[in-house]
Ligand binder design. Structure first.
Ligand SMILES: [Mg+2]
Length: 230
């Protein structure tokens, strides 16, 4: 199957993945692409109709076609790893649906943006880590990290692991997860992020960009459609 899409993986949970996925979806849409979002499994919200849930945010950014349930067919309430969250409800994550749900999403748009739960090596189901889905879906990988101190080390670790598993790295995004503050210290987070982005780019050879806090779209400079089509 010749899928066009991107697989977004975090260096950790809470690094701004959903915001980056939504910004990429909006950017692709405004350039004329028919986009679909896929969240194989989510935890932390009782319902995908909750406007704060990843599924809802991605569905909204993708143009509100279909339902948030189409974006994320499996969702569990407790804000812990999906297999544990499912167990807490006496349920389990459906391994097959993780994969068949992706195939279904391929027909919903010309480009599919996938946001896994947590980090690249976080558990999605009893037998499946995020990286297993990344491999199965065969999409170019976008590594997302928070634009804060330690980004170089966190990002390069994940990139090296992903490449050693045979994944194709397309880009890295550093996301400002908090607004600029008064207690930012002598070197501003923006400067730290810019320097980290340059260093990560130099060491990985892929485009690295920075998403500002509150930004709805990706900054210019990267052709996301070209990356998504390999
Ligand atoms: Mg998320």
């Amino acid at each position: 199957m010749a899928a066009a899409g991107l697989f977004l993986a975090g260096t950790d949970t809470d690094v701004g993945k959903t915001r980056v996925a939504a910004a990429i979806l909006r950017t692709l849409r405004s350039a004329g692409s028919l986009v679909a979002a896929y969240k194989p499994v989510a935890s932390g919200f009782a319902s995908v109709d909750d406007e704060r849930s990843d599924a809802w945010v991605l569905w909204d950014a993708a143009g509100r076609r279909g339902t948030p349930q189409d974006v994320c067919p499996q969702s569990f309430s407790a804000a812990i790893a999906p297999p544990s969250s499912a167990r807490a409800e006496g349920r389990h994550v459906d391994e097959r649906l993780l994969r068949s749900g992706f195939v279904t999403r391929l027909t919903a748009g010309d480009v599919v943006v996938v946001e896994a739960a947590g980090g690249l090596f976080s558990p999605m189901a009893d037998e499946t880590l995020g990286i297993d889905l990344a491999r199965d879906f065969s999409l170019p990988l976008v590594v997302v990290d928070a634009a804060r101190l330690g980004a170089i080390g966190r990002t390069l670790g994940i990139v090296r692991a992903a490449r050693s598993e045979g994944l194709h790295l397309a880009a890295v995004v550093l996301s400002h997860t908090t607004p600029p503050g008064d207690d930012d210290g002598p070197v501003s987070p923006r400067t730290i992020a810019r320097e980290a982005a340059a260093e990560i780019g130099r060491r990985t050879g892929v485009p690295v960009t920075i998403l500002d806090h509150g930004a709805e779209r990706m900054p210019p400079g990267i052709d996301w459609l070209a990356l998504a089509t390999g």
